[in-house]
Structures are given as structure tokens and as C-alpha cells.
Design a protein around this ligand. Structure first.
Ligand SMILES: CC(C)(COP(=O)(O)OP(=O)(O)OC[C@H]1O[C@@H](n2cnc3c(N)ncnc32)[C@H](O)[C@@H]1OP(=O)(O)O)[C@@H](O)C(=O)NCCC(=O)NCCS
Length: 475
């Protein structure tokens, strides 16, 4: 068990804040998950209760530890994409190189077990995950149902945004259409209006909360419209106010008749939501919003980053690469033939999509969760078999190749093949689904950023010549 996990387990035993015990439960309380089952409160009410507690905790951490170092920054780190620099606070999740992601202190397996499910469903509802990310608490079924209803009630998009999407050529990548539509929603930003009217800083989070809830709610109608326009008949099925978010997402895409697909979306939206704060989509949201740009402008920036092939777009690249493999060597190639194909890709100077990770050093638990789903629902699917075969071959080849720090598969190595199985075969759309899920994680943190009054981000930069001189002068 990692040190991190040991810490978060200990946090269960820490005393609660009370009038007689005003000190926060040290820094560890950030990861404390409590099971909340008293009178049902709305998510907003619950966050409002938690804010003073978190503010006190941060005050305490800064007072006790504010001048202490979190580690060295080397020149290699600066040139290496800031890899390993500890420079961000992110409450919702933390990534351990060996254990993978924990949402608050729940692993993916624990989320699958503990978060509320739909009636007859086995996978967690992403509504529950959103509640967990924001509060550190597992919500009741009633609270989750209320969130589903709230999101369905907010789901309509303005007609000018519909027209904007309809006006896009089908050749414009779905991620670009997605980003464009999200920016257009900014027209109705509560936060932007409130800021202009001069509301006080401590109430910012409330407007950001409303914008975030609106934005998440409207995503199915946005991405459904893009999908139906680009690949189908342009008619978007309506949101069902009595159904959960994933069901409705499946519905607008035209797949609500398939219960297993709806279950896949519940799992998919849960596991792609958050991956601590340093990844491109999370960090862009934080950076842009730190200038007090509203959630629409901030999340649109995240989508632009997610659309890069080294980040979210890798899921479309994986399927493309597997199809090329299949086209060139057939559906049931021998291990030797697959190995040769992997080597050919590397020798041509390309990466093996879906393998490697900037932080993880083991198989991504998001990959494992999807593999588990596939073993249950599509064990004999030929593409799944190919994905499984690659899992037994690629890591050894990457190790022998000797460059990649982590030879194991990441989340993107698996997701596309599951979507293919259920008939959602349009690869250019895959990153859009990732984007819907990522909204849950980054917007949860954005609400906290404003509740805690985090300042504008402004790390220091230097030209290379100055860095060189800095050390030469020390000689
Ligand atoms: C995810 C990723 C961008 C992480 O990058 P990183 O932190 O710089 O990774 P590493 O430190 O292991 O990179 C060291 C070298 O190995 C290479 N490498 C990393 N993953 C590789 C892969 N899957 N195939 C081939 N080479 C890879 C890098 O390109 C780099 O080469 P360079 O020194 O010539 O620039 C990288 O592993 C990658 O490109 N993977 C494929 C794309 C992908 O699946 N993205 C989704 C991520 S969730």
C-alpha cells in the first residue's frame, strides 16, 4: 500500500472539527470520506457548510507549514514539461504512480462498489462521483436522484447555440465544435454577470457553482447535437427528466435502447472525470479560471487541450492504430506478427497510442476497470481480444525499446474498443465523450478554487541564457 493510501486511511480516525476542537484535522482531512446519510441536503447547501471548514484548514496549513519546502525544482524539470514539480492544490483526486487515481480517498473499485447506482444498474452514477469530488462524501441515493433531476431540468441549450452547431461543417472536428458551443454558452454566464455587477468576492463560488451545474447539464444536448449532425440525421432526441445523466447522454446519441451501453457510459463518465490537477485539461481550466474567466471560457480551454493527441485524442488514435494493425495483419494475428507491427510503429518514430503515462508507473486502473467491463459484457469481441493480446505484448516491446518510463497501458488503450462494440464507431467523436466526463472533475475543483479565493496563477519564467548564466556565475 502506498504512503498516500496509508495516510488517507488514517484520516478516518482523525477527530472532527467542533467548537471545542477548532483546529482542522491537519492537512489529511482533505481526503477524509464520510458517509452522509442524515436529512437530505442539496449539494450546494452541503458545499456551503464545508467551505468554512476548508478555509480554516488552509489557514492552518499555511500558518504551520507555509514557509516549508515541498521539494527542489531542477533545471531538467523546467525543460521537462514541469514533470514532478509540486506546484498545485487539487482537492478532488490524487494520482499515485503505483496505485493510480483516487477520487477523494476512494479507488475506482471502491467507487464502483460504494457510489449509488441506477435501478437495476451495476456501475456507479457519475452524479454520485461529482458529489464525492465536491464534498468528499458518498451521497445517498436520494441525493443522487435529485442531482439527476436538477441536471435534466437545466439541460436545454439556447437556440442560437443550436444554430451555431448546426452551422458547422461536418468536416470540422467534433472537439472543435464542442469547444465552440461551450464558449457560446458563456452568453448566459451567471458568474460573468455577477462579476460585472460587482458582487463580493466571497460569493463568487455560488455563481460559479450555478454556471458549472448549468454547463454540465447542457453537455448532453450539445454533444448529442454534434453527433447527430455529423454522423446521423441531425435530429436530437429529447432529454428524459426522469432519467439519469448517462441514460440521457445515451438517448441524445440514439443509444438509449441498449442497457449495457448506458452502463458503459456510467462507468466511462465516472472514471474519466478527474486525474488530479497537473494534466493538460485540468490545468488549463485552473489557469484560465484563475484570471476570473467564467466556467464556460475555462472549460472550453480544457477541451482545446484535451483535443491534443498526447492527451484525450489518444483514444481515437488507439482505435485508428488497431484498425491499421488489423488491416495489415488480419483479425487473429500471431503474437510474433503483432510484436513486429509494434516495432514497426516505433521504428517509424511514432508512439504506441494508449501506452505510457506522465505519472503512472503501472497499468492504469481505468484500463483495468474497462477490461473488467469488457470481460463481463463482450468477452468474445474480436477487437477486445486484439486489445488483450496487445496488453501481453506492448509492455515488453516498450521496455526493450528503452525510452518509455511507463510501458503499461493507460485509459485510452481500452475505451474506443468498448464504444466500437456497441456500434458507436465514429472515432473522431471519442474525445468528446472524454470531454463530457472531464467537466465533472475540473468544474468541481473550479467551484472550490473560487470558494477558497485562490489567486491568479503566475509562475516565474526565465530565458535559457539567464538559466545558463545563473549556474555559470555560481561556479
Ligand atoms: C502519455 C505520454 C504523453 C507521457 O509522456 P512523457 O511523460 O513524456 O513520457 P516518458 O517520460 O515515458 O517519455 C520518454 C520518452 O519515451 C517516449 N514514449 C513515451 N510513451 C511512448 C509510447 N507509448 N510509445 C513510444 N514512445 C513513447 C516519449 O515520446 C519520450 O521520447 P523522447 O525522449 O524521444 O521525447 C506518452 O507516454 C505518450 O506519448 N503516450 C502515447 C499517447 C497516449 O497514450 N496518450 C494518452 C495519455 S493518458
Amino acid at each position: 500500500m502506498s504512503l498516500l493510501r496509508t495516510f488517507s486511511r488514517i484520516s478516518y480516525r482523525l477527530p472532527k472539527i467542533s467548537a471545542s476542537n477548532p483546529l482542522p484535522r491537519k492537512a489529511l482531512s482533505a481526503t477524509c470520506t464520510r458517509f452522509y446519510a442524515s436529512r437530505p441536503k442539496t449539494l450546494k447547501e452541503r458545499i456551503e457548510e464545508l467551505i468554512p471548514e476548508k478555509q480554516e484548514e488552509i489557514k492552518f496549513v499555511k500558518k504551520e507549514h507555509g514557509t516549508k519546502s515541498m521539494g527542489n525544482v531542477t533545471v531538467d524539470m523546467i525543460y521537462g514539461g514541469m514533470r514532478g514539480i509540486k506546484g498545485l492544490v487539487w482537492e478532488g483526486s490524487v494520482l499515485d504512480p503505483e496505485e493510480g487515481i483516487e477520487f477523494r480517498d476512494l479507488t475506482i473499485d471502491e467507487c464502483r462498489e460504494k457510489l449509488p447506482k441506477a435501478e437495476g444498474g451495476k456501475e456507479p452514477l457519475p452524479e454520485g462521483l461529482f458529489w464525492l469530488l465536491l464534498t468528499g462524501e458518498v451521497p445517498t441515493e436520494e441525493q443522487v436522484r435529485a442531482l439527476s433531476a436538477d441536471w435534466a431540468a437545466r439541460s436545454a441549450i439556447p437556440s442560437f447555440v443550436e444554430e451555431l452547431i448546426d452551422g458547422c461543417p461536418n468536416t470540422l472536428h467534433p472537439m472543435s465544435q464542442f469547444s465552440l458551443a461551450v464558449i457560446a454558452l458563456q452568453h448566459d454566464s451567471n458568474f460573468a454577470k455577477a462579476y460585472q455587477s460587482g458582487v463580493e468576492k466571497k460569493s463568487y463560488w455560488q455563481y460559479v457553482y450555478e454556471d458549472s451545474m448549468d454547463l454540465i447539464s447542457k453537455l448532453p444536448n450539445i454533444v448529442g447535437r454534434i453527433y447527430r449532425n455529423v454522423y446521423k440525421d441531425g435530429k436530437v432526441p429529447s432529454i428524459d427528466p426522469n432519467q439519469d445523466y448517462s441514460y440521457n447522454l445515451a438517448k441524445v446519441l440514439g443509444y438509449d435502447g441498449d442497457k449495457d451501453f448506458v452502463e458503459l457510459l456510467r462507468l466511462y463518465l465516472t472514471i474519466h472525470s478527474d486525474h488530479e490537477g497537473g494534466n493538460v485539461s485540468a490545468h488549463t481550466t485552473r489557469l484560465v479560471s484563475s484570471a476570473l474567466s467564467d466556467p464556460y471560457l475555462s472549460f472550453s480551454a480544457a477541451l482545446n487541450g484535451l483535443a491534443g493527441p498526447l492527451h484525450g485524442l489518444a483514444n481515437q488514435e488507439v482505435v485508428r492504430w488497431i484498425f491499421q494493425l488489423r488491416d495489415s495483419v488480419g483479425e487473429s494475428p500471431s503474437d510474433e506478427v503483432v510484436k513486429e507491427y509494434v516495432w514497426d510503429t516505433l521504428k517509424s518514430g511514432k508512439v504506441i497510442p494508449g501506452y505510457g503515462h506522465a505519472v503512472l508507473r503501472k497499468t492504469d486502473p481505468r484500463y483495468t476497470a474497462q477490461r473488467d467491463f469488457a470481460l463481463k459484457h463482450l468477452p468474445n469481441d474480436p477487437l477486445f481480444k486484439l486489445v488483450s493480446q496487445l496488453y501481453t505484448i506492448v509492455p515488453d516491446v516498450l521496455l526493450e525499446h528503452g525510452k518509455t518510463k511507463n510501458p503499461w497501458p493507460n485509459v485510452d488503450a481500452h475505451s474506443g474498443v468498448l464504444l466500437q462494440h456497441f456500434g458507436l464507431v465514429e472515432q473522431n467523436f471519442y474525445t468528446v465523450l472524454f470531454g463530457v466526463s472531464r467537466a465533472l472533475g475540473v468544474l468541481a475543483q473550479l467551484i472550490w478554487d473560487r470558494a477558497l479565493g485562490f489567486p491568479i496563477e503566475r509562475p516565474k519564467s526565465y530565458p535559457t541564457e539567464m538559466i545558463r548564466k545563473m549556474f555559470e556565475e555560481q561556479k
